[in-house]
Design a protein around this ligand. Sequence first.
Ligand SMILES: [Mg+2]
Length: 484
Amino acid sequence: MTARILIVDDIPANTRLLEAKLAAEYFQVASAREGAEALELARHWQPDLILLDVMMPGMDGFECCRRLKDDPATLHIPVVMVTALGEATERVVGLDAGADDFLSKPVEYTTLMSRVRSLIRLKRMLDEWRARAETVRALGLSAQPLPPPSVSGARVLVVDDWDGEATTIRAALAEEGLTCLRARDGIEAMALAAANPLDLIVVSLGITEEDPLALASGLRAADATHAVPQLLIGDIAERERLQRGFELGANDWLLLPLDPHELRARARNQIRRKLYQDRLRADLGEAIELAVTDPLTGLYNRRYLTRHLQSLMDQSPPPHLALMLIDVDFFKAVNDAHGHAAGDRVLRAVAEVLRANIRAFDTLARYGGEEFVVIMPGAGPDQAAAAAERLRLAVAELPLAPVLGMPGLGMQALGTQALGMPAENTPMAAHPLTVSIGVGVSGQDADTAEELIAVSDGALYAAKRAGRNRVELARDALEADPAA
Ligand SMILES: [Mg+2]
């Protein structure tokens, strides 16, 4: 995961230490010595995360955070406050200023890395929604902007089998104007979640009848709750399990004894972010979706993809992203041998396999006929090549007979002759459905949207020429044949 991280600290030795640790994990790092410089860098360099010292001469970390969160150009960037004090009251002031998380000095390495990765994952998701909303505006399809979301009235599910603690949690959240539901176990939680739209789930690690982490991941996987933020509550002695829960997808955690102010502030931050994401999603709207969606596969269409890629590539600074151009091998043969209805089912099945095997913040579109495109924000050549290889394998493993509507009879049974495949390129016996993939990377292979599509297309052509059912990188394709 490559990302930009801004470190703000008035003591250069602190900055250098963090810089070295983060650079070792291949993050791009910049630093600022004071608040005003940090605001300026945040606006123009657009980091993916800011590590912000609390105690600084002049503008302190709290004020700096407040200004970052007031500025539409920076409010979406997660801020982690780094404090020497670690006092509960300090944390509440920081959370009120809009901080997304806290680390105490000296910064503990494992905690730092897990929090950094989790917040960057979340930021990628929000970036993707922001970019999509932007594309929709560029297409002239945007609905009226909605008023800023209010936390009051949001619905929280508290999963806790201890009555005393649940009561304390409910009382604290009620003061924030939040509506609370209570579940004692996973089954009750699932039932309540299915019946009520939720904005936050609080899970106590003190639950004894079942594994609370399994419960939390179950909620993360369920349709009704997969996008709902999760807040874990646990004892300091359970620190490792909290960490584990965080890695499994929880959004934040809170230590006992429960500080009602901190609980409210953390709940508020999580809910705000969820509502922000909901709003960006609503911007896309159903009518808009129809205009930019391919009716056969339900994926984005070429028109959307082209504009979306354009607005991504126009960003300043230029983004890191990879583009895959995916083409179904011998698709004409499927149509010829089985008819167009079967061809359509094959395209839908391939679309489904691709959708299931990309990251939530990747964009997948049907580019034309039997061609698909995946845009991978933040991916370099190695990561994109590995992802493309995964997609290639996933398609090759697709059981084809049910897709073709011929139980027990796949393309294999027809032999390559009937499919009109050129004999020199295909084994005679079995031939599963496969794809060829060309991969281009922004910056390295191309600087504009058109170039990126062109070099990926060149790589796809090289993959086809080299025998199909393979991944080819634009970099390698260009090296092999500079004239192409
Ligand atoms: Mg300081």
